[in-house]
Design a protein. Structure first.
Length: 595
């Protein structure tokens, strides 16, 4: 009898911690499951977790398996049910309107009434279609949700960020082998919010996260109000909630979300200069000479005062100030990645921070100019475009027409991603795509030498083909090399079209004076001429050697020529050579000449 009584008491306890219930929203009864830890206490957080299409609250609860985390951290979890058929099948979410947004709002109110939930610490997550609903809620109820955690789902038509919305913390989890909500569009959707939040556009990357060889964690932030955007990339995982490799999705969601509240307490830091959140300095053929970088910031505290602001290069303290204006000159940056952090401390010991990422690169082989072509409908980092009407500078996104990146999906294609631009007016040089342009986050320094630029460039909507001009220019716009060619491929005005393979074209040029340069592809000077850059790879073949000028007063007795690599040669074609003159008095001088 005693065993039966204990069993009944245990069953009653379980029923109290996880129970099914209904709530009336409008004129509709809506179902949900709630999990409540014992000894919850007041003013505890709430996590709402939404299932995928054709799934259920009970299934979502089993897949997320977050009870042990909730028991330890003391928060309530609600698993809502979407609306489906009378038999409970085909449950879906309204990811474009207010039906399920109103459901979420009603659940928050009910949990506050029943369990005295802290309204400032409500978090929303969802799997697949539930992840789409999570993104939808970012614009609809940002004032009610402190942080968002979509899993394997995103807006099918691409994310949007309402300009009036506050900075939104996001942790997105997705498998690279997902064949339902494929992995490809994830970055583009996140980029919209990374940009909106004012986060650095270059992520901090943690491979083998928590010892799991299949997990890579990308972190963009902190941005405005100290928020971060995080992507948990699960190698080869399909369309399911992963709890493998010793890392549980629900656990990671809680670890992220618990850091955020609608009530700001930590100091906030905004970096006012430089304007870009990441800077890249590329130096080919020699060591970098990164100019001194002046970092300025403002710092505020919502419930007290800022007592100090410190500047760091990684963990190395550069400067500390107790009063504004807060500024620090960062100099002597060497090859590698530098995280310049600005950390504010308030009178209660709380801290807030922001950062600028500075990448100093000295490539010894090829440098892929198109490596940032990863997000549809964007102008990528390091690039600027002009079409005669508007200049677009990367990184920027959300474009539905005009110059932008396309992802090509035809079964036969010469490349997967391409940057499109056009010339609306037909005026000279009024259609271009330019790498390392002024205003971008990228500076390209070329040391003296001989270079190859390998490229694949085609037309977008010019069936009779339209010429393209490649130009290597200094920062004053003076060209040191130009070449005009006519593409042999026209894509046909659709990213889904097949287009034939293209041979890699090689353009060879010499740099006779070290300096900052841009690589520009110009359309023809004709109305609606266009181009698509699919591949652009820069390679330094050889250096200029033994080039100097010696004072001489003797007559020239012998003149010899060398390649830019210093090999003796007889000039047989147009190009640049090292010319060496031997004088009667035994002196010599060398210089680069163009024949």
């Amino acid at each position: 009898m005693r065993k039966i009584l204990l069993s009944i008491l245990l069953l009653s306890s379980l029923c109290l911690t996880a129970s099914a219930d209904v709530i009336t929203v409008g004129n509709t009864q809506r179902e949900y499951i709630v999990y409540v830890p014992q000894n919850l206490g007041d003013n505890r957080p709430l996590l709402i977790s939404c299932h995928g299409a054709n799934q259920s609250a009970d299934y979502q609860k089993g897949m997320l398996a977050i009870e042990s985390v909730a028991d330890t951290a003391k928060f309530v979890t609600v698993f809502p049910n979407g609306i489906g058929n009378a038999d409970g099948s085909s449950r879906m979410w309204d990811i474009g309107g207010d039906r399920d947004i109103n459901f979420i709002k009603a659940l928050i109110d009910k949990m506050v009434d029943l369990y005295k939930i802290d309204r400032k610490r409500v978090y929303l997550s969802g799997f697949s279609m539930g992840g789409m609903l999570t993104y939808h809620a970012m614009n609809k109820i940002p004032d009610l949700i402190a942080a968002f955690a979509p899993i394997s789902g995103y807006p099918i038509g691409g994310a949007t960020a309402n300009a009036s919305v506050r900075a939104i913390p996001i942790i997105h989890t997705h498998g690279t082998g997902d064949d339902v909500c494929t992995y490809g569009p994830v970055q583009g959707n996140l980029n919209v919010w990374i940009n909106h939040n004012g986060c650095p556009t270059t992520a901090e990357v943690t491979k083998n996260y928590r010892g799991a060889s299949g997990i890579t964690r990308y972190t963009w932030g902190p941005g405005n109000d100290g928020v971060e955007v995080v992507l948990m990339e699960l190698k080869d995982k399909g369309h399911w909630i992963s709890n493998d490799w010793g890392v549980k999705t629900g656990d990671e969601i809680w670890k992220f979300c618990k850091n955020y509240s609608l009530e700001l307490k930590n100091p906030t830091v905004r970096i006012t200069a430089p304007k870009q959140t990441s800077l890249t300095y590329i130096s080919m053929g020699g060591s970098s000479e990164v100019p001194a970088l002046t970092v300025t910031a403002t710092a505020d505290d919502p419930d007290g005062q800022v007592v100090k602001v410190a500047f760091y290069d990684g963990s190395t303290l550069l400067k500390e100030q107790t009063a504004g204006p807060f500024t620090c000159e960062v100099s002597g940056l060497t090859k590698g990645s530098h995280t310049i952090r600005v950390v504010a401390t308030d009178d209660e010991g709380r801290t807030g921070s922001n950062r600028v990422l500075v990448n100093v690169e000295e490539p010894t082989g090829s440098y892929l100019l198109q490596k940032t072509f990863t997000t549809s409908n964007s102008v990528p980092e390091g690039w600027a475009t002009y079409d005669g009407t508007a200049t677009r500078t990367g990184f920027s996104s959300g474009y539905s027409n005009g110059p932008r990146v396309f992802q090509f999906t035809g079964s036969e294609r010469a490349f997967d991603w391409g940057l499109y631009t056009r010339n609306v007016n037909g005026k000279a040089k009024e259609g271009y795509a330019r790498f390392a342009a002024k205003g971008t986050n990228t500076t390209l320094t070329l040391h003296t030498g001989n270079y190859n630029l390998y490229h694949k460039v085609c037309n977008w909507n010019c069936s009779s083909f339209s010429p393209v001009t490649l130009a290597v220019e200094d920062m004053d716009g003076k060209a040191i090399y130009t070449e005009t060619f006519t593409p042999t491929v026209n894509i046909g005005n659709s990213a889904g079209n097949n287009f034939s393979t293209m041979s890699l074209k090689t353009s060879n040029f010499d740099v006779q004076e070290k300096g900052q340069y841009t690589i520009t592809f110009y359309t023809a000077d004709a109305a609606w001429a266009d181009l698509v850059v699919g591949v652009a790879s820069l390679y330094r073949k050889s250096a200029v050697t033994a080039v100097h000028a010696a004072k001489t007063d003797g007559r020239v007795v012998r003149t010899t020529y060398f390649t830019m690599a210093g090999q003796p040669v007889k000039p047989v074609r147009h190009g640049s050579y090292i010319q060496k003159k031997i004088h009667a008095d035994g002196t010599a001088d060398s210089r680069v000449v163009v024949l």
